[in-house]
Design a protein around this ligand. Structure first.
Ligand code: C2E
Ligand code: CA
Ligand code: CA
Length: 530
């Protein structure tokens, strides 16, 4: 992929991330409105159902009181009982009539006096009243056939009993208030029967799409109240909430998109700074010696890039390489690194078999130009040509493509070595081991720092070391700062070491002096001369 295409893609990704930041709060506002609309509708239906439950229980309480009050009259003939029945019935709210039952006949009514009404018309079943209290719902009574009534009955010994009829109009009015059209449905159902009472014209509970709440059961009487929400009402409430939340969503969207835009611009300006710094030759290299742990002889170096930004000071290489990688600048920066190495090598006299470690990025490995760049940096220099060690990290995953495989093969064919950097810190270290012909494993300095201090990391370090031994891959430990760490690693068979204990990263001149001092002790063989 050419740098231009890559940068084009990066710009596309940036725009996408800014757009995503803008869309996210709007989506959240829509989701919140969606949820809140439904919750509000359900709260309204529940409140209406609870009011109905409470009112119906209160009506039935009145009926229970009157049936209890006249229970003593059941053995009396109607002429004697009639007056008391009328008085009791007329002082109680909701009551239509009070009747006395004998067998399957109602023989006395507070409304019509002595009569012979069949009990079955109220209870819908043959025979006398069942013992104790029972509740019925009828579409009409003999005296008012076209108005629903609620029947509360009290069955007494000797097939006698009392029946109170409550006017259903109260219930119908109540249900009509609780079931506003196009919004909610509240209905009453008698326990154990299919009889349902709902406001006239209200949608039946079986209407498709109705959002039914769990029924509320009366704890004192055998009935339950069913509340449900009509889909149109939920939709209307959702629209209301969306209207309420949209301004906040829009504001958050704008702020987030602006923040994302500014963040991208800052990164872009760092990328532009890197480009400028390359042009103005602000980058330079330091080389940190790598030693054989047992003999402490220098076997090679790792090249580390440095940037002293004028007016700012040193900028950490892991930071500017991360920005470079995110902005399609990794390739230009690595190419610049190669130029710097080429320049430094002209002034250096390296022992034969010397290893030169360089850090490369996933973009470099995926580039068809990599091999040409390497050859340009290290033209055949005879016996004094350093062996190149390419250090690969997991900061960005190396893609498994034909170009990467071809690059690997060509590098190996030219004598270059491959090291896995920061081994064990990412999630693809093991995958890299399978995919690449690995020559060295570099143990991250985090694991080394944990020696003697962190009991948790020690088993990880031991595992990495054991893995290296089993695979027959030499290990290089980074960041060794103390003799304790050095001897701990040496005792476990780690072959090579890099760290402030031995040498800090050195400029090209200082490296030359270091190598001269070390000359008699130079040990070909390791990321030196293997
Ligand atoms: P790295 O590849 O793991 O490099 C080793 C880092 O450990 C270097 O930090 C080095 O200075 C530091 N180090 C070495 N010995 C010790 C020690 O005893 N104690 C401590 N505390 N640190 C030690 P540096 O130079 O800051 O580099 C940081 C990272 O930046 C490198 O980690 C590497 O990932 C990246 N980097 C540096 N130069 C380049 C480059 O030219 N190309 C690429 N792609 N990445 C680079
Ligand atoms: Ca490295
Ligand atoms: Ca490292």
């Amino acid at each position: 992929m050419t740098t231009k295409i890559f940068q084009g893609r990066m710009t596309g990704m940036r725009m996408l991330s800014i757009a995503a930041m803008g869309v996210l709060p709007l989506l959240l506002a829509a989701f919140a409105a969606w949820m809140e609309g439904r919750a509000q509708a359900e709260r309204e239906a529940d409140a209406a159902a609870r009011i109905v439950l409470h009112q119906v229980e209160s009506m039935l309480d009145h009926a229970v009181i009157v049936t209890d009050a006249v229970a003593g009259l059941v053995a009396q003939p109607c002429v004697q009982a009639e007056g008391v029945l009328q008085r009791v019935a007329s002082f109680r709210p909701y009551l239509r009539a009070l009747l006395l039952a004998q067998g399957s006949t109602l023989y006395c009514s507070s409304a019509t006096g002595a009569s012979q009404q069949p009990l079955q018309a109220f209870t819908r079943q043959a025979g006398p009243l069942p013992p104790g209290r029972s509740l019925y719902l009828v579409p009409g009574t003999q005296s008012i056939p076209d108005r629903a009534a609620v029947i509360v009955a009290l069955g007494l010994p000797d097939q006698r009993g009392v029946v109170a009829t409550l006017d259903g109009q109260y219930l119908l009015d109540l249900l009509a208030i609780a079931s506003p059209r196009d919004r909610l449905v509240v209905a009453i159902r008698l326990t154990g029967s299919d009889t349902v009472l709902a406001a006239p014209g209200a949608s039946p509970l079986s209407t498709a799409g109705l959002d039914a709440l769990p029924p509320l059961d009366s704890e004192r009487y055998p009935f339950s109240v069913h509340g449900a929400v009509l889909p149109a009402w939920t939709a209307a409430l959702r629209a209301q909430f969306l209207f309420r939340y949209a301004p906040f969503g829009l504001l958050a969207a704008l702020l987030l998109a602006l923040a994302a835009y500014r963040y991208q611009r800052r990164r872009l300006s760092i990328a532009a700074e890197i480009r400028r710094a390359m042009a103005e030759d602000e980058f330079f290299l330091q080389y940190q010696p790598i030693l054989a742990l047992d003999s402490r002889t220098t076997s090679g170096v790792e090249a580390l890039m440095r940037w002293h930004k004028p007016g700012v000071g040193p900028v950490r290489p892991d930071l500017f390489f991360a920005v470079a990688e995110d902005n399609g600048m990794a390739r230009p920066l690595t190419r610049h690194l190669f130029q710097l190495i080429q320049r430094d090598l002209q002034g250096l006299c390296l022992p034969s078999g010397f290893h030169l470690g360089i850090n490369i990025t996933a973009d470099d490995l995926a580039s068809p130009d990599l091999i040409a760049d390497v050859h340009r940096m290290l033209p055949a220099r005879g016996a004094h040509a350093p062996t190149l060690v390419l250090e690969i990290t997991e900061r960005k995953m190396v893609p498994d493509t034909d170009v990467v495989r071809a690059n690997m093969q060509a590098l190996r064919a030219s004598g270059a070595k491959i090291a896995i950097d920061d081994f064990g810190t990412g999630h693809s270290s093991l995958a890299y081991l399978e995919r690449f012909p690995v020559d060295y494993l570099k143990i991250d300095r985090g694991f080394v720092a944990a020696i003697d201090t962190d009991a948790v990391s020690a088993p990880v370090l031991e595992t990495i070391v054991a893995l290296g031994h089993r695979l027959g891959v030499p290990l290089v430990a980074e960041g060794i700062e103390s003799e304790t760490q050095a001897s701990y690693l040496r005792d476990r068979g780690v072959q090579y070491a890099q760290g402030f204990l031995f040498a800090r990263p050195l400029g090209a001149q200082a490296l030359q002096s270091w190598l001269q001092n070390q000359a008699p002790r130079f040990a070909p063989g390791a990321p030196g001369s293997a």
